[in-house]
Design a protein around this ligand. Sequence first.
Ligand SMILES: Cc1ncc(COP(=O)(O)O)c(C=O)c1O
Length: 460
Amino acid sequence: MTADDTARARDAAHHLHPYTDPGVHERTGPHIITRGEGIHVWDTDGNAYIEGLAGLWCVTLGFSEPRLVDAAKRQMETLPFYHSFGGRAPEVVGELAERLIAQAPGAMNRVFFTNSGSEANDSLIKLTWACNNGLGRPEKKKIIARQGSYHGITLATAGLTHLPYARTGFDVPLNDRFLATTCPNHFREARPDESEEAFADRLAADLDRLIEAEGPHTVAAFIAEPVLGAGGVIPPPATYFDKVQAVLKKHDVFLIADEVICGFGRTGNRFGSETYGLDPDMVTLAKGLSSGYQPIGAALMSERVYEGVKAAAAETGMLGTGFTYSGHPVPVAVALEALRLYEERDVVGMTRARTPHFQARLHALADHPLVGDTRGVGLLGGVEVVADPATGARFDPATGAAKVAARHCMDHGLFVRPLPGDTLGVCPPLIITEAEIDALFDRLRAGLDSAADALGVPRG
Ligand SMILES: Cc1ncc(COP(=O)(O)O)c(C=O)c1O
């Protein structure tokens, strides 16, 4: 038995994988990744792949950044663990809080640290409810997301994630507090000949109607990813967030910007909120915060939200929530170094410089016989696989068309992620060069070609 066989056998026998069919996995075993460099990763057979999703929308600075490794090592040597309970804190945490407050969209005032994006959103659910208790409006508790949204997978955030796979079979509770409004997918949801602006008018009216029907005094917050990511890479239609924010202001409903994917340059600004004009009351961050090198998330809130939370905490004499690893010094030190690298290397400027080429190559796929829609912003893209591009007709879901396409891309040396609605997500490390963008899209087209053959679609 080779080392690879041993690793595979162990994994197949004992590892319950996230987002994997356990029954299939028992038969097929894992695909084990051993190392990474730049935008590439290698498996145990020595095959190299372009990581076209930066891991899971994470590794903005690429897979081999020595400065992040050194930051972790230095912190491990100095103070490998300390907590932030009872008013203590590792030395590095205050600096990260200060930097995030200085950069964040909206007028943020406080940061609560977590280990992940799910925990950041989960914490904001609790803090929103605590805030409204503290502000003396205990009925104002409902949180509205959008159909197709992904905000995490804890027991509570699964209630904000309006994707069937995240809810079905898990008995997700508290559904009466978690509502959803229309998905802002112009390709799928707009009426024939409806402009993006008219579609945005309709979506804002849908939201207004929902809040009115529920009673504005019961609706606490609206949560949105600037670009809806894991639900299929859906940038908002033109004017959408202006119109939505007018509705939220009218009803005194907080806006939570989930920047877990869009933060740190992805859309060509530091935050997706800047790209689309969001002025949030709360913000969540993770993934790019440490370039994925360490698990860390952050929940940021405005002065007003903080005042409500503080008032609620005064009831019990403390804020009774927190994780052992909230503000763990090692991920915090790595995040600080990542923030320094974003500035020193002008990662936003680099992203903007690469965007026209990336988007041109993305949209050039629209002529492919398997492609119904291409959409994106910055270095983020979605390619929707359809049975008939002329009508947009989908494949039978049992076909798993996007999964088939992703598998063929893998055979051509590219990892992309099949998302709901048969969309392939493309979100490479932000350090990608123009030549690497070409290699990525050459492989994507080759993968689509062989997927077309496998699905019995003529190449045209
Ligand atoms: C927009 C968004 N929010 C939250 C999360 C949850 O983050 P995590 O997987 O770190 O819990 C994700 C994960 O992909 C995400 O895409």
